[in-house]
Write a protein that binds this ligand. Structure first.
Ligand SMILES: [Mg+2]
Length: 240
């Protein structure tokens, strides 16, 4: 059995666009005074993504058709399908791990017919009876900072004995990648890791990711591949 697991972020990583950002822009939610204030506090480090999502996603409760319009505009990042096929062929479980909205992720994954082991994201979706559920994935009792506690998910995979390869681009990935073995990073995540003096593989397409993994697959499977994360994660809190 493969002891390598892949964890990939969704917005701006598996997908070319950040669906959540595009939704908020299209619905003009980002102009709402409560949302402006939530983002101000987030940027100042006073609140985490849970607070921002609670405020901003409340404005999408009756806007399903707008969300569906945005979903139609979304494209996968180049090489995404090839990468997922590669993982399936080699029995490597893939987790899509997102601090976004479950509704759009499941719709987009279905549209492109992607097969993955699991999708973990915030349970925010439109219900059969025309209602709206706005809730969070965070199962970490010690810390309710992020909507989706990515670090907790990666830690659990590690506890199950997996070597974890993490792929991401944004702020929520600072925390999730902090417990992985190897990190593939672009955009803000790459900048953050660079500043922290952390080891990572830069990427722009999933063909870039495959170029690193394919020739050394045996070493990634056994946990011996070079380029491992080095700096300990001192931000995330957990109950012991
Ligand atoms: Mg992202």
């Amino acid at each position: 059995m493969s002891k390598l697991a892949v964890v990939t972020d969704f917005d701006g990583t598996l997908m070319q666009q950040d669906v959540g950002d595009l939704l908020m822009k299209t619905a003009e939610v980002e102009k709402e005074p409560a949302v402006v204030e939530a983002y101000r506090q987030f940027d100042a480090g006073q609140v985490g993504s849970m607070e921002v999502a609670r405020t901003s996603y409340s404005f999408l409760a009756d806007r399903k058709s707008l969300v569906d319009d945005v979903i139609r505009q979304i494209n996968p990042r180049e090489g995404a399908a090839d990468f997922l096929d590669f993982c399936r062929k080699h029995g490597i479980p893939v987790t899509i791990l997102s601090d976004g909205m479950e509704y759009y992720i499941r719709e987009i994954i279905r549209k492109f017919d992607y097969q993955v082991e699991q999708i973990i994201s915030n349970p925010i979706y439109y219900t059969e009876d025309g209602g709206y559920r706005l809730d969070f994935q965070n199962e970490n009792e010690a810390c309710k900072w992020c909507g989706c506690c990515k670090a907790d998910v990666v830690r659990k995979l590690k506890q199950e004995g997996y070597h974890v390869l993490y792929i991401g681009d944004g702020t929520s990935d600072y925390y999730g990648s902090g417990f992985a073995d190897w990190i593939f990073a672009r955009a803000r995540l790459a900048g953050y890791l660079e500043e922290a003096g952390e080891a990572y593989f830069p990427f722009e397409t999933f063909h870039d990711v495959l170029k690193v993994i394919e020739p050394d697959l045996d070493k990634f499977l056994s946990g011996e591949a070079s380029g491992k994360r080095m700096v300990p994660n001192t931000f995330c809190l957990f109950e012991e």
